[in-house]
Design a protein around this ligand. Structure first.
Ligand SMILES: [Mn+2]
Length: 447
């Protein structure tokens, strides 16, 4: 895991975030020979789950934070039984750099033998002035007698940071690393725990740390590939930074693939096409550029081939299937609808979040409006936000309705979307949170 570079999208991942991470990880392996792995910063949404299943692709690895874990510095050292003669520990320690883990028959840690524990043991049995005891006699004693049995055990997937205080105060140089059942996995040394290797990360489809996996600042950020407004973290090193005005990150991955003279496997191309068509609402959103249309054609050419799960599809038919796979208010709890595709922002001291849900028929909103409004209010309180919004987009008609939480800042009264009798606001022609809604909200908050 350690040498691999994670390519990962934003939290509450959408299909573009999942697909572009998979596609870019593939391109970096193919084109640059990098050791990359696609990650995801949270659970798959229904649309992405549908796409991956349809294309028979495995989901990217779940990675919710970048804080180094014990497994990253653990060494799987050989071990010995408590009843083995001390001479065996001596031999093992000569190979491991001075440490011999003593592990019970059932696989649980018993104690650690190192220079310090040996010295303590010899002082105990020989007293201050050694008599006639020979080295041979000393080395035939059982290991259990010379092992330090009071060494802390840490779970392999535990965060080093959380135990740093204890590690700094302790007088031991080595620690146990155990699995979830407390079984021996390996040894972590203090000097490495104090300076663990950083996770290597490439961000796709976002550049704001607020929308990224937790503890991003503990990782080594290598690159950003995105199509959103800037809110990027500062870095110590110069990094490759690509933010372009296109409809999807999948578009950028497709362009780079073509530029390198490569073509993607059909199922991967199908995933990127899904990301592109989802972000651009089948090339109709105002975020759509001629480059997106060209990329869609290219991806369709790669994806809709014989033998592919998408054989016989068109951009239109596949796009509609992708959009309706994630759409609807009836098949999910209101709490899920307001939290699946949500992005946090901060402007002029206001903390807020904007969620978006897709429907194929806006009329279904009326029966779900009350529970959705409640769920949005609850989410706002739970996350300590000043307000939250839910944009419900009719992907067929290319139009939206907006729900704003109660007690929102008065500046939002000036939103250019007329209030309706049911308490929602009418946003005809608005389909893009990023390009249409967010700039309007930010403009009001910052004036
Ligand atoms: Mn995107």
């Amino acid at each position: 895991m350690q040498t691999k570079t994670f390519v990962i999208g934003h939290v509450n991942p959408d299909t573009d975030s999942i697909a572009s991470a998979m596609g870019y990880a593939w391109l970096l392996r193919q084109r640059d020979g990098m050791d990359t792995i696609a990650g995801r910063a949270g659970p798959l949404n229904p649309q992405s789950a549908w796409v991956l299943k349809k294309l028979e692709l495995e989901a990217p690895v779940l990675l919710t934070d970048a804080s180094p874990r014990f497994e990253s510095v653990m060494q799987r050292l050989d071990c010995i039984r408590p009843d083995a003669p001390l001479g065996m520990a001596w031999t093992l320690a000569s190979k491991t750099g001075g440490v011999a883990p003593v592990v019970d028959e059932d696989g649980k840690p018993f104690g650690i033998i190192n220079g310090l524990s040996l010295f303590k043991y010899f002082t105990e049995i020989l007293g201050p002035r050694p008599g006639d005891t020979t080295v041979r006699e000393m080395m035939s004693a059982p290991c259990r007698d010379a092992a330090n049995t009071r060494v802390a055990k840490f779970p392999a997937n535990g965060h080093i940071r959380d135990s740093l205080n204890k590690i700094l105060r302790d007088e031991v140089d080595e620690y146990w690393v155990v699995d979830e059942n407390g079984m021996y996995l390996g040894i972590a040394r203090q000097r490495e725990l104090l300076n663990p290797p950083r996770l290597k990360i490439i961000l796709v489809d976002h550049n704001e740390p607020r929308q990224a996996i937790a503890a991003l600042e503990e990782a080594e950020l290598l690159e950003i590939l995105d199509h959103h407004r800037l809110g990027n973290p500062h870095t110590h090193q110069p990094i490759r930074f690509t933010v372009d005005i296109v409809g999807s990150t999948s578009t950028l991955v497709c362009e780079q693939t073509a530029e390198a003279g490569l073509s993607m496997p059909p199922n991967l191309a199908g995933a990127l096409l899904a990301g592109l068509l989802s972000d651009t609402l089948i090339l109709t959103s105002p975020t759509t550029t001629p480059r997106d249309k060209e990329a869609a054609q290219r991806l369709a050419r790669w994806a809709f081939v014989g033998g592919s799960p998408l054989k016989g599809e068109t951009i239109e038919s596949y796009g509609k299937a992708v959009l309706s796979a994630g759409a609807g208010l009836s098949n999910r709890k209101p709490e899920e609808v307001v939290s699946t595709d949500i992005k946090p922002f901060e402007a002029n001291g206001f903390k807020f979040a904007v969620a978006q849900a897709e429907v194929t028929d806006i009329l279904q909103l009326s029966e779900h409006l009350a529970p959705l409004t409640q769920a949005l209010d609850a989410l706002k309180d739970k996350r300590g936000l000043d307000f939250a919004m839910l944009l419900i987009t009719d992907v067929v008609r290319g139009s939206s309705r907006l729900i704003v939480t109660s007690n929102a800042p008065p500046v939002l009264d000036d939103l250019p979307y007329p209030p309706l009798a049911d308490g929602t606001r009418d946003a005809p022609g608005v389909v893009s949170r990023k390009k249409q809604l967010l700039p309007v909200v930010l403009g009001l908050l910052e004036r």
